[in-house]
Design a protein around this ligand. Sequence first.
Ligand code: BTX
Length: 244
Amino acid sequence: MSGLGSEIIGRKIIHLPEVDSTNEYAKLIALDEREGTVVVADRQTAGKGRKGRTWASPEGGLWMSVILKPKAEPKHLPTLVFIGALAVVDTLWKFGIEAGIKWPNDVWVNGRKICGVLTEGRIREFVILGIGLNVNNEVPEELRKIATSMREFLGREVSLSEAFHTLIRNLDHWYGLFLDRRYGEIISALKERSIVLGKEVKIIDDETELVGRAVDIDVDGALILETPKGRVRVLHGDVSLRFL
Ligand code: BTX
């Protein structure tokens, strides 16, 4: 292995016209598949976000899940969410779209969300890396203020297959680095592409809210906040981040 690319992601592609959720489908078949298998659907009828939120997935977007079986220590597995976000940002750059990562799991363009990443899994068995990217699809009316698409940014339709193949190549590149344990390079890239650092933000966990300035992302991918009470380290788990 050269370390520049693993050539794992996308060695098998399962294309479905419609499914409830590519993540759910991938979880069902994960134990029987080799890692790198991608499930991609034209539309999802029950696309999922985090914590039971829904993900609008009409035709024209890229809705996909990758089955991964990394031999990594469990503490590194949360880093896989960044692999998804990095690969999406690189894909958007290739199309001339200025995009950045809104820690922990979104990609934003012009202050609006264009992509969400959802990782799920079973420790020591598999991780499902789910990616939803608005390409040519309509963004539902109620999300217009917070969401955008590649088509909206460029003012023209994009080849969905080109977007898909570019994303697969980029995922393969970043996953190769992950397998080579080059976590430092992954975090550096995340910091470079972050739209959060230097900003005043509010972190919302189940019961708690925390306000501060985002000053750094550490080796484990945790966000470092400067608050009136000192520095606080926020692990990415299931927290939400809002700009103030
Ligand atoms: P999240 O919980 O961070 O974000 C969900 C929130 O994003 C929703 O509550 C809504 O406000 C907003 N939203 C919903 N749909 C869209 C959209 N199409 N574009 C922009 N904003 C939207 C983020 O969760 C993780 C989403 C992962 C989606 C992929 S698609 C393939 C795979 N299968 C699956 O069921 N989920 C993943």
